[in-house]
Design a protein around this ligand. Structure first.
Ligand code: PXG
Length: 289
């Protein structure tokens, strides 16, 4: 495995960064999780845009241009001979001293790791998954905006621990007012009649690239009425269908929430159509290499 750090490739054992890097000391940095399918990096430009937007929110200046980063990602994939991959891009504040001050960090660290993807068990895609609501509330946007894909994922990790303790893979996170925001590493959707609902990102959710793709599919291919609006767990429990979206998970059906069966307890008809259409999108949307 060859790992990219600041323009050079290192073997896995030698791919190391300083203990004074503020990415480690303070979670001060941003990242992206990207996938490639059959030598196409899925929606690479959108991922790069989101990364630069996250960095901008942190006043973290990425030391290379978007075009240079795109080339570095492709080079990393080629270097590792991967046609289907999970790509992790990490930008940290860089090496500083033991104080918080980002001004002391002169050069951000750019890391690109390309690896094989680890997926949820196939059984979950066929039969749907069970999830629970976490007691941990999503970070309030006024403190750490969940639109920023920062290296500080403790909020999500708290909820992930709750999910695993409940024997589930994912947990729903509510915002401080009790509205559904997203899951720990996936966006959430519900379907009721002809309506597809997902929370607006400003209430505390990442603007997911998969989410965006699914919204397009639902509007253009399925004629669903897509609404980005607030809803509560009640609306989840009483929905016809529910599913999650994310780079790793793609589109996965949810059939049980907090012990309540959703719809008929099997992946719904629209969810299955969206899963199929999403697969098609991965064959065409992106950057070839
Ligand atoms: N919400 C959050 C909080 C995420 O971290 C998504 C939604 C989905 O966004 P995309 O753009 O991927 O459709 C994410 C991204 C993991 C893992 O190991 C998952 C993500 C990021 C990093 C790791 O499960 N999901």
């Amino acid at each position: 495995m060859k790992i990219y750090i600041n323009g050079k490739f290192y073997e896995k054992e030698d791919a190391k960064i300083s203990v004074f890097d503020h990415g480690l000391l303070y979670g001060d940095g941003v990242f992206e999780g990207i996938r490639s399918y059959n030598n196409i990096v899925f929606r690479l430009k959108e991922h790069i845009d989101r990364l630069y937007n996250s960095a901008k929110a942190l006043m973290l200046e990425i030391p290379i241009s978007k075009t240079e980063l795109e080339s570095a990602i492709i080079k990393t994939l080629k270097e590792n001979n991967l046609s289907d991959a999970y790509i992790r891009v990490v930008i940290t504040r860089g090496v500083g001293d033991l104080g918080l001050d980002p001004k002391k960090c002169s050069c951000p660290t750019v890391i690109i790791i390309a690896d094989k993807i680890v997926l949820y068990p196939q059984e979950l895609y066929q039969n749907g998954m069970e999830i629970v609501t976490a007691s941990t509330r999503r970070n309030i946007p006024e403190a750490i905006n969940p639109c920023i894909k920062s290296l500080n994922y403790l909020n999500n990790i708290f909820a992930k621990i709750e999910a695993r303790r409940a024997g589930c893979e994912e947990a729903i996170m509510l915002n401080s007012e009790g509205y559904v925001t997203e899951c720990t590493g996936d966006n959430i959707f519900v379907i009721k009649d002809n309506n597809l609902l997902t929370p607006p990102t400003y209430i505390g959710a990442l603007p997911g690239i998969t989410r965006d793709t699914v919204i397009d599919i639902a509007k253009s291919k399925l004629g669903l009425n897509v609404k980005e609006e607030l809803f509560t767990t009640y609306h989840l429990y009483s929905s016809d269908e529910c599913f999650l979206t994310g780079t790793a998970a793609e589109v996965i059906s949810v059939v049980k929430v907090d012990g309540r069966t959703i719809g008929d307890g099997i992946p719904g008809k629209y969810t299955k159509l969206i899963m199929t259409e999403f697969k098609e999108m991965t064959k065409v949307l992106g950057v070839k290499y």
